[in-house]
Design a protein. Structure first.
Length: 421
């Protein structure tokens, strides 16, 4: 009864959502947790795995609709939370709220988006930010990047996808954006039984947009770029190279659209050479250098970093600063060894190209490699390269991608600057 009361109160405030509120509260399946499971869910983690559900007390999972809202109770029949389910996924439920009086409806998403935006503003973000970082913002499997007046959205679970119209509607209400685009062309959607798609969620617009970052300008191709078009998570890290690149000859591998390289040129590097395997990315690098009037200092070429770095070591080429930000190398824990080998090998090659007393700037973007393991990999590479390292900076992703303690997968980016002696 308490729930229905709350629904009515909310419905007065937000009368337009009234019908949704009532409809959803009435029919809701209740799932019960098994008795002897770890207290993870009850302690705040939003994922309920299939093997944590007490199948005797709960409705048969096959009767649940993928994406429907369900309630979760513990073994003592106490309310734990409400969230969306997908009986076909190993993560059967992802919780959206722990408040028994909070309903999951369009008003819920409107409120959560407002909260997420308020938090970013509080941290000092104005133009660009990751507005929603999934679980870390209480909206599992939802990603929204804000690039000034444009928004790029990903709904990576069916239970979030069903709320896409409500989310788009909320973005319109809060931001009056110039455009919204969906980058749901991601394989993980197929595991959830959804198609890979991309396209406009607003009136069509020119999807090559310009953003400002750290006093520089970058073109972002939100329709065809990687992920949502731009890696906002490295914003603070790009600034962290400021002092070490002064008057330096800089090499950057895995440059993507040239953001670190262009920062280096801007911060006073003598010369900058950026490489990436993608021809499209290299074309964007050149465009970005010109956009900032730094084309005379920067050179970009499309090539494979593994081969190039090895070749240049043989040729005795050396740089004052070498920067690398390789891709994840693996998407699954089973292939973790592949990632470790890849990271070690590329860091070893990069280190060998650093002049004694120069700097290595290195990053890893997969949550499958936790920070201590990443640092171990760098240490192993240094040992093989017979170099000693002196740490300058160790940081993680920018704070618009919040790390929630106890939710391991929210901490994913490692960023290290070391002097290589
Ligand atoms: N530091 C960049 C992001 C790098 S993403 C930024 O802040 O924007 C990783 C990049 O590595 C991608 O652009 C991808 O095209 C590139 N890449 C992947 N494998 C590569 C290889 N073997 N050689 C060179 N580049 C590669």
């Amino acid at each position: 009864m308490a729930e229905v009361e709350a629904v009515k109160i909310n419905a007065v405030v937000l009368s337009e959502y009234k019908t949704t509120f009532v409809a959803i509260t009435v029919h809701m399946h209740k799932l019960f947790l098994r008795k002897k499971i770890s207290p993870r869910v009850e302690n705040g983690h939003p994922w309920v795995f299939m093997n944590e559900i007490n199948v005797q007390d709960s409705p048969p999972l096959e009767t649940l609709q993928p994406g429907e809202t369900v309630e979760v109770y513990n073994a003592a029949k106490k309310f734990v939370g409400r969230g969306y389910c997908n009986p076909k996924s190993q993560i059967t439920v992802r919780l959206l709220t722990r408040h028994a009086t909070e309903t999951i409806d369009a008003a819920f998403f409107y409120g959560r988006l407002q909260t997420a935006w308020r938090y970013r503003q509080q941290l000092g973000y104005t133009e660009n930010c990751r507005l929603v970082f999934g679980e870390a913002d209480g909206m599992p499997a939802l990603i929204i990047d804000k690039f000034n007046d444009y928004f790029v959205l990903q709904t990576l679970a069916v239970g979030m996808d069903v709320w896409k119209p409500a989310i788009v509607d909320a973005l319109h209400k809060i931001f009056s954006p110039k455009g919204i685009y969906e980058r749901n062309d991601v394989p993980v959607r197929e595991l959830e039984g959804m198609a890979q798609i991309k396209g406009f969620l607003s009136d069509p617009f020119d999807t090559n947009i310009i953003i400002n970052e750290n006093g520089l300008r970058f073109c972002v191709d939100i329709a065809n770029g990687q992920k949502t078009g731009y890696f906002l998570d490295q914003q603070d890290n790009r600034r962290a190279i400021k002092h070490i690149v002064k008057n330096a000859d800089v090499l950057e591998a895995f440059t993507y659209t040239g953001t670190f390289s262009i920062h280096a040129a801007h911060y006073g590097a003598k010369s900058v050479f950026g490489i990436d395997i993608s021809e499209n990315a290299i074309a964007q690098c050149r465009r970005n250098a010109e956009l900032n009037g730094l084309q005379n200092k920067c050179r970009f070429e499309a090539m494979n970093a593994f081969d190039a770095l090895k070749q240049w070591t043989k040729e005795d080429k050396r740089y004052d600063v070498v920067m690398i930000d390789p891709p994840a190398f693996t998407k699954s824990r089973e292939n973790l060894q592949k990632a470790i080998t890849g990271y070690k090998e590329i860091n070893l090659r990069a280190m060998k190209l650093v002049k004694p007393g120069g700097f290595l700037v290195t990053a890893s973007c997969t949550n499958l490699v936790p920070p201590p393991l990443f640092l171990d990999i760098i240490a192993m590479a240094a040992k093989d390269a017979r170099r000693t390292l002196r740490q300058v900076t160790y940081q993680t992703q920018a704070s618009d991608h919040p790390i929630v303690w106890g939710m391991e997968n929210t901490e994913y980016l490692k960023f290290l600057i070391v002097e290589v002696r």
